[in-house]
Design a protein around this ligand. Structure first.
Ligand code: HEM
Length: 321
């Protein structure tokens, strides 16, 4: 026997009727859909089978799977970081509280990445790595567009120019011109011949349009601009300043130092070094103290900028003594 419809259900149906009527839709048809719908499962919701099908090694060395999965995990965190940065950029309220909360999220994600990098440094067999990496040429994490976008969203391109030419460009210069002088392009170019590595050429071909589109979009609204546009009282908020400085050190020192540790573990030799898959002179390209990238230069003293990333140099010095 049919039970009478409970009043709270009848109320819900009326609400639904109003909702669908307002958008010119027929509730009955949607109820039909609901009747035939399958129940949602966890594995469908997060597309688990697809996710787990994306780790496809190119060799038979078991540790290659760790290398692929950890890069993918990092890219997912990069995605979450960009998700927060975009919200700061789009925000119209201009208050330090919102800004700081979003940066705390970003810093939390970076903390996870920095603390987990030993999965790479200690978690793979060196002999296997040195073999399977030869099947990956000329691919390199250098081609991570999300890493480049974190930079582009955070600071004007002029702050990303290679150290030899930094200061020679202003925000009035065409973005296309400044873009050609970024530190990572410089690092992957033979300075004698001017020839770019294949890794760089392929990356440029694939992603320059996207990077330029976004660089134009945030020309006056990078995270740095958003900070400088805040009312003075909000700009002086100590929690916000601390969060920005932590973000800057997380990306431009701490993550780079952990990453550099991996390069040393696998590519350094007693005499000379193993060539990097991306073809850079990695010992000169990777250390933060050589590139000296800072997203928010105004938030650091001259001395702090002078000693940027020196931890690595100090660490190397101590271990080689
Ligand atoms: C065993 C692990 C790793 C080694 C040995 C390594 C090595 C290198 C080397 C040598 C470079 C310089 C470019 C080249 O010539 O190839 C580079 C760049 C880079 N790699 Fe890795 N990498 C490792 C793991 C990762 C992971 C897990 C990521 C995460 C996405 C990553 C992202 C990057 C990025 C973003 C750059 C450019 C850095 C910059 O412009 O300062 N790498 N890597």
């Amino acid at each position: 026997m049919n039970q009478p419809i409970k009043p709270e259900i009848a109320e819900k149906i009326q609400q639904l009727e109003r909702k669908f009527k307002n958008s010119g839709q027929d509730l009955g048809s949607y109820l039909d859909g609901l009747l035939h719908d399958r129940y949602l499962t966890y594995w469908d919701y997060i597309h688990l089978d697809t996710l787990l099908s994306l780790q496809i090694p190119r060799t038979h060395f078991p540790d290659e799977e760790i290398f692929i999965a950890y890069h993918q995990i990092t890219e997912l965190y990069f995605k979450l970081i960009i998700h927060e940065l975009k919200q700061i950029i789009d925000d119209k309220l201009q208050n330090a509280k919102f800004f700081t909360e979003k940066l705390h999220r970003v810093n939390r994600y970076f903390r996870v990445l920095i603390n987990s990098f030993d999965v790479m440094i200690k978690g793979m067999d060196r002999e296997q790595f040195l073999k399977y990496r030869m099947s990956l040429l000329p691919a390199s994490g250098f081609q991570s567009v999300q890493f480049r976008l974190i930079e582009i969203y955070s600071t004007p391109l002029t702050n990303l120019v290679n150290p030899k030419e930094r200061g020679q460009f202003s925000e009035q210069d065409p973005l296309e011109e400044v873009f050609e002088h970024l530190y990572w392009k410089f690092g992957a170019t033979d300075l004698k011949t001017g020839e770019k590595t294949l890794t760089l050429k392929q990356f440029e071909y694939r992603y320059t349009p996207r990077m330029m589109r976004i660089a134009h979009q945030v020309k006056s609204s990078t995270i740095f601009h958003k900070y400088l546009d805040l009312p003075e009282k909000e700009q002086n908020n100590v929690h916000l300043i601390e969060a920005l400085r932590t973000f800057d050190t997380n990306v431009n020192i701490n993550w780079l130092l952990m990453h550099m540790g991996a390069a040393y573990r696998y590519l350094n030799k007693e005499k000379g070094e193993v060539l990097a898959t991306g073809g850079t002179n990695w010992k000169k390209f990777l250390p933060p103290s050589f590139q000296r990238i800072t997203f928010f230069p105004n938030l650091w003293s001259e001395e702090e900028k002078e000693n940027w990333g020196q931890q690595w140099v100090a660490h190397q010095f101590n271990t080689t003594k």
